[in-house]
Design a protein around this ligand. Structure first.
Ligand SMILES: NC(=O)c1ccc[n+]([C@@H]2O[C@H](COP(=O)([O-])OP(=O)(O)OC[C@H]3O[C@@H](n4cnc5c(N)ncnc54)[C@H](OP(=O)(O)O)[C@@H]3O)[C@@H](O)[C@H]2O)c1
Length: 320
């Protein structure tokens, strides 16, 4: 098969389009012919500094496509079925083998391009808001990097849960694109101080919950944006800077900070079923999957470079 591979960590230019051996279907797994690859923020971080499991390494968490082989121990999936899949690596390829537990059937008629985005992107946002974040109707949530993949999902899920939604982004144009998804107030952090803006928007009370996928200095700003008993779901490092925070600033307001790692619980019944529900709801039209741009798989390097230029709102796909 063809895949986008690399031999060492680095910038997008390390990705090369190459012929590699086909993956083998495990007795407890499925093999899919990939139709769409959703490039995750974690994929770009892994390319830059993650471990190379294989040589050459194929990066990537999410891909959707059609099952072409089913392991002998798998009884609930069948050849010909369309599924969305996740795994620790291996999405940037024409074929993909995953444990059957990491495959979610796509309802008939729902475009696999959209389904490819849901498990990690919407699943993570759901964990941040409702499991770690304990969000309730009427609360105010701040979504850092609202135009990111996780951000676009978090805005929609929070709005539908009855929250007031504030989000940050690096331009007014990016914030404008979030309004139809449920954004109530946008903060362009290049033009205004996000903490002051949050306090102005909340009558100096601060927000109830922050979803922070940026980290670095942004995490300290998240802490200082919290109201009394405010919570932070800390879920990423898109800013790629060290996480240095003043932990003492948590105490006075009885604030809390919870780390979220979807991968640790994705095979539990709770999270597996939550993701299937999100896919089914998206297929019914409850969620908007924002696809900013598509690239052919052979142009994976250009796709990663485009993401890192921070022009994309929502997801960028690769199509084999
Ligand atoms: N723990 C988990 O289970 C889990 C699951 C999913 C994702 N994540 C993590 O969450 C983070 C976001 O993922 P994603 O898929 O939503 O990312 P994404 O779609 O690639 O978006 C990242 C956004 O972060 C903002 N950003 C701020 N500083 C940046 C910088 N220095 N370089 C690049 N972008 C920067 C950019 O928006 P602006 O320009 O508007 O600021 C950018 O659009 C990643 O670190 C990812 O690994 C973790």
């Amino acid at each position: 098969m063809k895949a986008a591979v690399y031999d060492q960590n680095g910038g997008p230019e390390v990705l090369r389009y190459a012929e590699v051996p086909d993956p083998v279907c495990h007795p407890s797994g499925v093999l899919i012919r990939v139709e769409a690859i959703s490039i995750e923020g974690g994929d770009t971080l892994n390319r830059a500094r993650g471990a190379l499991i294989e040589h050459p390494h194929i990066v990537g968490y999410q891909a959707a496509g059609e099952i072409i082989a089913v392991g002998e121990k798998v009884t609930h999936l069948r050849v010909g079925q369309k599924v969305a899949t996740t795994n620790a690596y291996g999405s940037h390829a024409e074929l993909r083998a995953v444990p059957a537990r990491n495959a979610w059937p796509i309802p008939d008629g729902y475009d696999p391009r959209f389904a490819s985005v849901i498990p990690v992107t919407f699943g993570t946002a759901h964990e941040c808001l409702f499991d770690a974040g304990r969000l309730k109707a009427g609360e105010t949530v701040l979504v850092q990097a609202g135009a990111s993949g996780v951000g676009v999902a978090a805005i929609q899920l929070a709005k539908k849960a009855g929250a007031r939604v504030i989000a940050t982004a690096s331009s007014d144009e990016r914030l404008e694109r979030l309004r139809p998804l449920g954004l109530d107030h946008g903060i362009n952090y290049r033009l205004e101080d996000p903490i002051q803006s949050v306090m102005r928007l909340t009558d100096n009370k601060g927000v109830d919950l922050v979803v922070d996928s940026v980290g670095g200095p942004t995490l300290q700003a998240s802490i200082l944006s919290l109201g009394y008993r405010g919570r932070i779901s800390m879920v990423g490092a898109a800013g790629r800077e060290p996480m240095v925070v003043d932990v003492g600033s948590m105490m006075g307001g009885n604030r809390s900070l919870t780390g979220v790692f979807l991968g640790a619980e994705i095979t539990t019944d709770r999270v597996h079923n939550m993701i299937q529900t999100l896919i089914d709801e998206a297929a019914r039209g409850d969620w908007t999957v924002v696809i900013d741009r598509e690239f052919p798989l052979r142009e994976a390097a250009a796709a990663h470079a485009y993401i890192e230029s921070r022009q994309a709102v929502g997801r960028v796909l690769l199509i084999p």
